[in-house]
Design a binder for this molecule. Structure first.
Ligand code: ADP
Length: 803
């Protein structure tokens, strides 16, 4: 390393003129030389002390520079290496800068330049400059770091080299040597002697360099982004084009309309329909291919063309096969099956006479939907189901006009489209749950659908062209006839599906549900067994329903648990018995209905009918000293409240006969309560029950706990007929009741009551409430007077059963 000499002496050295390069002390430089003089100089110094004075020429184009063409400050360097370069006589040179020197004057120009040089020492920062120098060092380092981050090709160690040095001259020279500055700028830094000056110069150069670089980067980013975007769009468009081609779609609206015309022709539609579709396709032709309206028309045409205008299935009604199929898929339901076979027979004989629409009525889960599906199968028709529960608007049935955004056809046309034939069996599920408010009445639209006078030209708002529904076989289902709008009910042929008895449920589960669920859950007889007592357990303690829907769900739940044991725990076979139900399903959810433990005063078993089947409910009456208030609690409907009032009036008129204080309505408070559940109960059939409970409470006579009753009463005590006898008696049977009082007028209905129930229960017909009281009230305790009316012997049940 060269030591700075305080009083430098002039030295004569060979000089090499550099073009476009500036060397700094302590820096290493590689470059190529081709000029004769330069080669000679280098060869000469290599044989001596290897020192050479490197000076930059002001203008690179000058071939043979004189003194004025050279900068007057350069660097004395040591030649480290020269090698012959590939082309001609050229040499590649490696030099290392030693110290800065001034060119005093040229001594010679031949055979190469020699010059008198004088070392040009650097100056340290003055004490007054130290702070400025420090600040400038930081600035320069920051700027250099930024520079390096903007030009990613900069090697990392180069950055570090500059950053770790604390020598301002070194930093200035190092950075200046490594960034692409103009020759004049580099030269300026080389000439400057004070560190502050050099750093200032460098900072300003770096700053403008950074500005340029970031601008470049910006431009590059923007260009790249726009290229990326263009490429992406191009790629997507190409893809879209190929997809459209594959789908046989073309961009050309004329071609597209032409395709629609062809499809319309193929359908052989009635004139009106064809004209309408032609018109739409015509409009499509005149619209730009990607217009919104074009989209709407396309959707419309596609929907219309998809409809099975002329597609139908051929009926194959074979009564024997149908009977077999119904028997195979459904246990029991004899009367229902018979009715269905009758309907099918009529259809076979008079296919053109569009008769009544079948309406299957019954509690949930008794097989309405699945019977309808079997009928479709038996007839060889397609099956579609529309759920009408909660349908409020006419537009649900009939669709929205296509001018609405997102308009669609209504449910009927949709179902037809789904069926793919114009004569499917269409199940209208839950017609009784169809809402109708004052604004809109979907039932009038339904009426048109079902009316054979009108439905050959059903108009959907969306489709607009009439569609012939007259070949569709409609079957409706309902839980409760009373909420079906009368005009609709008028057109229906009602077939009732009753609740199942315990035994029926067991058989259904064993023959159908179990196999169905096992198959669904991948189980076989080898891997799974549900014991009979487990099925009974499910029926008695885990479900309470008229149908078998929950039972099926519970069996499904057991199958899943078995699956888990087999897959998760490696069991080879799962057997579930009545005793192990607890382990799988937890504690029992229901206990069987049971009559009260003792005969109680003022507590009577009534029988009620709800849309989900029969139910036994206990009416309670309490009488207290008071001022004639009547209170009714438990969710009671208006009709029930009126029945209570009628019962009180009747008792008042007979108070003396029953030995009741005639002023009871003035000096006693009466509280009537129906405890069971929160299901609202209504209907007139609680009349006899209320009367019995009131008489019992007012006379203090206990009521027999094993008796249940149903019947409406008049003010004179006559007992009137009621509905739902089968369901009600089933509930009584489930509750273990031994005697049921029914209105005499209902005697013929006993025919419908399940034989199992008839076996277990004595039925007593009553045409007057007195018969009821005599049967239900217990004889009074000994020593107390028994009133004449209540003393008569109860009616003989044998008389009834003989009927
Ligand atoms: P609903 O339409 O009356 O509410 P579903 O038809 O949905 O009842 O019946 C519920 C389930 O019970 C179905 O899986 C059905 O197959 C089955 N099911 C009901 N009744 C019977 C029956 N008598 N025989 C065989 N399976 C039945």
């Amino acid at each position: 390393m060269h030591e700075i000499n305080n009083r430098p002496e002039p030295i004569v050295l060979p000089l090499l003129a550099m073009r476009g390069l500036v060397l700094f002390p302590k820096m290493v430089l590689h470059f190529e030389v081709g000029r004769e003089k330069s080669i000679k100089a280098l060869q000469d110094v290599m044989e001596k002390d290897r020192r050479i004075f490197l000076v930059t020429q002001k203008d690179v184009r000058v071939e043979d520079p004189d003194e004025r063409a050279l900068f007057h400050v350069g660097v004395v360097a040591e030649v480290k290496q020269i090698v012959k370069s590939g082309s001609g006589n050229n040499l590649r040179v490696l030099v290392e800068g030693l110290y800065r020197a001034k060119l005093r004057h040229l001594v010679d120009t031949e055979p190469y330049y020699t010059a008198e040089t004088l070392e040009f020492p650097l100056r340290e920062a003055r004490p007054s400059e130290l702070n400025t120098c420090d600040a400038l060092m930081r600035t320069v380092k920051d700027l250099f770091e930024e520079y390096c981050s903007l030009s990613p090709k900069m090697p990392k160690d180069m950055v570090i080299n500059a950053l770790i040095s604390e020598d301002p001259h070194y930093v200035a020279e190092y950075i200046a040597a490594n960034i692409p500055l103009r020759i004049e700028e580099k030269q300026e830094i080389l000439i400057a002697t004070s560190p502050v000056k050099r750093l200032e110069l460098l900072a300003s150069y770096l700053e403008s360099e950074n500005d340029i670089l970031s601008l470049e980067k910006d431009i590059y980013d923007r260009v790249k982004e726009s290229i990326d975007k263009n490429q992406r769009e191009y790629y997507l468009r190409e893809q879209m084009r190929v997809i459209q081609e594959e789908l046989g779609e073309s961009d050309n609206p004329v071609d597209e309309a032409q395709q629609y015309f062809e499809k319309i022709d193929q359908l052989a539609l009635p004139d009106e329909a064809r004209e309408k579709l032609y018109k739409e396709a015509d409009r499509l032709m005149k619209l730009p291919s990607n217009s919104h309206e074009g989209g709407v028309i396309r959707g419309y045409l596609d929907t219309c063309l998809e409809l099975p205008w002329n597609k139908s299935t051929k009926d194959k009604i074979d009564l024997q096969k149908a009977e077999k199929l119904l028997d195979k898929e459904h246990y029991g339901l004899q009367r229902v099956k018979e009715r269905i076979l009758e309907v099918l027979a009529t259809r076979a004989l008079a296919p053109d006479i569009k008769g009544q629409i079948i309406c299957l009525v019954g509690p949930p889960g008794v097989g309405k939907t699945s019977i309808a599906r079997s009928i479709a199968k038996a007839m060889g028709r397609k099956y579609v189901r529309i759920s009408l529960g909660g349908v409020r608007d006419e537009s649900d049935i009939r669709g929205h006009r296509k001018t609405y955004i997102g308009a669609m056809p209504g449910r009927i046309i949709n179902a037809i489209k789904l069926a793919g034939s114009n004569n499917p069996l269409m199940l209208l599920d839950e017609v009784d749950k169809m809402g109708n408010d004052f604004r809109d009445d979907p039932s009038s639209a339904m009426l048109e659908v079902l009316d054979s006078e009108q439905n050959f030209a059903f108009r959907d708002h969306y489709i607009e062209i009439p569609f012939d529904l007259s070949e569709v076989f409609f079957i409706a289902t309902a839980n409760d006839l009373s909420t079906i709008p009368a005009p609709l009910l008028d057109r229906m042929d009602v077939i009732e599906l009753p609740s199942y008895t315990r035994e029926e449920k067991f058989q259904i589960a064993k023959r159908h549900l179990l196999a169905k669920q096992m198959k669904k859950h991948g189980l076989t007889a080898k891997t799974f067994r549900l014991a009979d007592d487990a099925i009974y357990g499910l029926i008695d303690f885990y479900t309470r329903e008229s149908g078998v829907r929950k039972l099926e769900r519970e069996i499904g739940a057991l199958c899943r648990k078995a699956d888990r044991e087999i897959v998760g725990k490696g069991a080879s076979r799962v057997v579930i018995t009545g005793a192990s139900l607890y382990d799988y399903l937890g504690p029992k959810r229901f206990r069987p209905d049971e009559p009260a433990e003792r005969d109680e005063i003022g507590l009577v078993n009534g029988l009620a009918w709800t849309s989900v089947g029969g139910e036994m409910l206990q009416v309670e009456v309490a009488v207290m000293e008071g001022s004639g208030k009547v209170e009714l609690t438990g969710s009671l409907g208006d009709v029930m409240k009126e029945s209570a009032k009628a019962a009180i009036s009747y008792i008042r008129s007979r108070a003396q006969e029953y030995g009741i204080d005639p002023n009871f309505y003035k000096n006693k408070d009466i509280h009537i309560h129906l405890p069971e559940g929160a299901v609202p109960k209504d209907g007139p059939s609680a009349g006899v029950t209320l009367t019995t409970a009131l008489v019992s409470a007012l006379t203090g006579t206990p009521v027999r706990r094993d008796v249940a009753m149903t019947g409406e009463i008049t003010l004179r005590g006559r007992v009137l007929a009621i509905g739902g006898l089968r369901e009600k008696t089933m509930a009584a049977y489930r509750a273990g009741i031994k005697t049921v009082l029914i209105p005499k007028e209902n005697l013929p209905d006993l025919y419908e009551v399940d034989p199992v129930v008839k076996e277990a229960i004595r039925f007593i017909p009553a045409d007057h409430v007195e018969t009821v009281l005599q049967t239900a009230l217990c004889p009074r305790e000994e020593g107390k007077e028994i009133h004449a009316v209540l003393k008569k012997a109860p009616a003989k049940p044998e008389a009834v059963l003989a009927q």
